[in-house]
Design a protein around this ligand. Structure first.
Ligand code: HEM
Length: 408
């Protein structure tokens, strides 16, 4: 889920702090000079969404600090979903919970996506990538976002819940539709509710099918918890629906950002072609370099202080991911795409602490397999036209990554 998901009340204005302009046009192009200038002035800034943390260490500390929480329902309110099944789902789901209830809903998913278990899915993910690449004409320019990046996470989701591959276009469409909630645009309310009205019956149908033939997929594992009385029937549907929302869009765009950064740097691409053992590093550095989720928001549960500034109870503190990922105090020469970094920084784009993304390993494995397959099968791949991005202060997107896989 995008971090815009976690919004909340803004803090009162502090005149001594520099302003971060969320509408600055550079967010859509190159926001780094603007962010560097702000961070040089102060590690903490302010915007209309609250306090803005620009340095890496302070950002990480906020994410790990139990005195801060999350407020997902503020997004639902912003879109104007005031009643009905979509609101009831949002009130019950993992992202809106705190404390024990959050842990109870988080653990079944977190256990399933533990690093070793996730690693065991690698070969199946590679098979998904290879099958999708077989379907692309390598001699013609193709938009790899629609042909590959957007499809791998949806097909991986189908694999995780033991749904047929044919369901992937539906999963992809519905998840795009419901994820529009993070844009906080009230004009999308009807479409979002319509998306959920399709998603919930689909999940119920899949659950009914799996009940008849339990396996080792995540849906079967959730069904077993429900049968043991550890999840209610609604919570079972909610957990599976949450995974659709969480696992598709962010991963697709992050893959696009990583592959685009590499194809834009042919010398780095060629080095990877010659040494595939660098692929995990390339994905880590690519996520640092251009992060999909650009802000992770926390809400202060009580009055506190941050970098010498008061934070009122209910005040929003926003960790500005691209500023932290390119903080020179943590990452020397931060604007270079460098495969040889000795101690890469902890990535902020997956959040942290009690709410940290549970799908980080899966997302990294998907991106690694995409990259490795491209390097193996299409070492001479090149951009057919400039990458089209649609970035803002909340997320970075790559709707068009035009590539010729095997230029003649
Ligand atoms: C590049 C891809 C991804 C990015 C950038 C991303 C980012 C995030 C962020 C920022 C959060 C909130 C963290 C916080 O508040 O501290 C989050 C939570 C979450 N993510 Fe991801 N995510 C990605 C992929 C995935 C995948 C593939 C899955 C599922 C398999 C997933 C499942 C979840 C879940 C379930 C949560 C909620 C955790 C909780 O509230 O306890 N994510 N993600």
């Amino acid at each position: 889920m995008t971090a815009a998901a976690q919004g909340g009340a803004a803090s009162p204005s502090s005149p001594d702090l520099p302003r971060l302009d969320l509408a600055d046009p550079s967010w859509a192009g190159d926001p780094y000079p603007m962010l560097d200038a702000l961070r040089d002035a102060s590690p903490l800034a302010e915007s209309k969404r609250g306090l803005e943390v620009l340095d890496h260490a302070a950002g990480l500390a906020v994410l790990r600090d139990r005195r801060y929480t999350r407020d997902h329902m503020s997004i639902v309110d912003a879109v104007g979903i005031t009643s009905g099944p979509a609101r009831e789902y949002k009130q019950r789901m993992l992202l809106s919970q705190k404390g024990e209830q959050h842990l109870r809903l988080r653990l079944p998913l977190a256990r399933y996506f533990a690093p070793a278990r996730t690693e065991s899915l690698r070969a199946q993910i590679r098979a998904i990538v290879d099958t999708l690449l077989d379907e692309v004409d390598p001699t013609q320019p193709a938009n790899l976002f629609t042909a590959l990046f957007n499809r791998v996470p949806a097909e991986a989701y189908c694999m995780l819940v033991a749904a047929p591959r044919e369901d992937a276009p539906f999963v992809s469409r519905v998840s795009d539709q419901v994820l529009a909630i993070f844009e906080r645009d009230p004009s999308k309310k009807d479409s979002i509710e319509a998306g959920y009205a399709e998603l919930f019956p689909y999940m119920r149908e899949r659950i009914a099918e799996r009940r008849a033939a339990l396996g080792d997929d995540i849906l079967s594992s959730l069904i077993r918890l429900q049968q043991a009385g550890e999840l209610t029937e609604d919570e079972l549907v909610d957990e599976a629906s949450t995974l659709v929302e969480a696992s598709t869009d962010n991963t697709a765009h992050q893959m696009g950002l990583v592959v685009a950064a590499l194809l834009e740097r042919p010398e780095v691409w060629r080095r990877l072609v010659g040494d595939h053992s660098l692929v995990p590093r390339a994905v880590g550095e690519g996520v640092r370099f251009e992060a999909r989720v650009r802000v992770v928001t926390r809400i202060a549960t009580g009055t506190t202080e941050l970098l010498g500034h008061p934070v009122p109870a209910g005040g929003a503190v926003n960790v500005v991911v691209p500023a932290g990922h390119r903080d020179p105090a943590r990452t020397p020469d931060p604007h270079a795409f460098d495969l040889d970094r000795e101690s890469p920084p902890q990535l902020l784009t997956f959040g942290g602490g009690a709410y940290a993304c549970i799908g980080m390993h899966l997302a990294k494995i998907e991106a690694q397999e995409v990259l490795d397959a491209l390097l193996t099968r299409f070492p001479t791949a090149e951009l057919a036209a400039p990458v089209i991005r649609g970035d803002n202060a909340y997320v970075a997107t790559t709707p068009e990554v035009p590539v010729v896989l095997s230029p003649r």
